[in-house]
Design a protein around this ligand. Structure first.
Ligand code: MG
Length: 275
């Protein structure tokens, strides 16, 4: 049972993240809005309930590391970082603008961001390196990496998967924003990964599959890490691309693009956010 206040705090944060992403991409006239809306609930639980981070000390050596591999959706991470006090919310108004504080793809020059990504397949190899470094230094912090469907198609991701299992990195957790839609099409038409859980189990990872919009399921899974001692954890979070905006949900078209004035107003209304 999750306390109602806790559930409410996750719901409110996810709503704020979605609203920020819509406004940011509208203002910047660019961005991968569908990818951002998809992972808002995962980010809300991670930043409010799971990650041991300190907004006042973004480089605190013992912090948990969070790497967003799907760097194109970086605005959603910027939004949750601003809402949790890593930097002023006014910075969000400069997203994707010339000389702005926040670049289109995620940048480690922003407080709270560990690594810059954009080209797919880079996040997990780096996260695995962070897990190795933590172990070698005798540190207890954990490493989390959020992957997209497209990331899972990349060869470099699979090299990292094999390496992490071989070295028993149970300080490492992968979360897949498994909306099954990627840049140029649906997963079944691009590179199908099913049976996905079985593939990872064959690679000696501990796997759990959840509804990536269900706060109880997300929190419960991430409160029980590692899933199996001695194995890296893989959380396959089933999500909906464009979640929360009816005409975007499950469409390839929402992968990239900004909303116009009329669409912004309509989307914020659907999210029940003040205009
Ligand atoms: Mg996807």
């Amino acid at each position: 049972m999750m306390a109602p206040e806790r559930m409410q705090s996750y719901r409110e944060m996810a709503k704020k993240v979605r609203a920020h992403c819509l406004r940011m991409t509208h203002r910047g006239k660019s961005g991968h809005v569908g990818s951002m809306l998809s992972m808002a609930d995962l980010l809300a639980v991670l930043y409010l309930g799971i990650l041991r981070v300190n907004p006042k000390q973004p480089r605190w050596p013992d912090r948990d590391r969070f790497v967003l591999s799907k760097g194109h959706g970086g605005a959603a991470v910027y939004a949750v970082l601003a809402e949790t006090g890593f930097f002023p919310k006014e910075w969000l108004d400069t997203y994707y603008l010339d000389n702005g504080k926040l670049s289109g793809h995620i940048s480690h020059h922003v407080p709270g961001v560990e690594f810059s990504t954009g080209s797919l397949g880079h996040g997990l190899p780096v996260a695995v390196g962070m897990a190795l470094a933590a172990r070698q230094a005798g540190k207890k912090h954990r490493v989390f990496c959020l992957l997209s469907d497209g990331d899972c198609n990349e060869g470099s991701t699979w090299e990292a998967i094999a390496f992490a299992a071989q070295h028993h990195f149970d300080n490492l957790t992968v979360i897949v924003d498994y909306n099954r839609v990627q840049a140029l099409g649906k997963m079944e038409d691009v590179i199908e990964m099913e049976p996905f859980a079985r593939k990872l189990e064959d690679f000696r990872w501990a796997v759990q599959e959840i509804d990536g919009h269900d706060y109880v399921q997300i929190e419960t899974a991430l409160n029980h890490l590692p899933f199996v001692p001695g194995k890296p954890s893989w959380l396959l979070a089933r999500t909906t691309k464009g979640k929360g905006v009816s005409w975007m949900e499950n469409t390839v078209a929402c992968h990239y693009g900004a909303v116009n004035d009329e669409q912004l107003a309509k989307a914020l209304k659907e999210l029940e956010v003040e205009q």
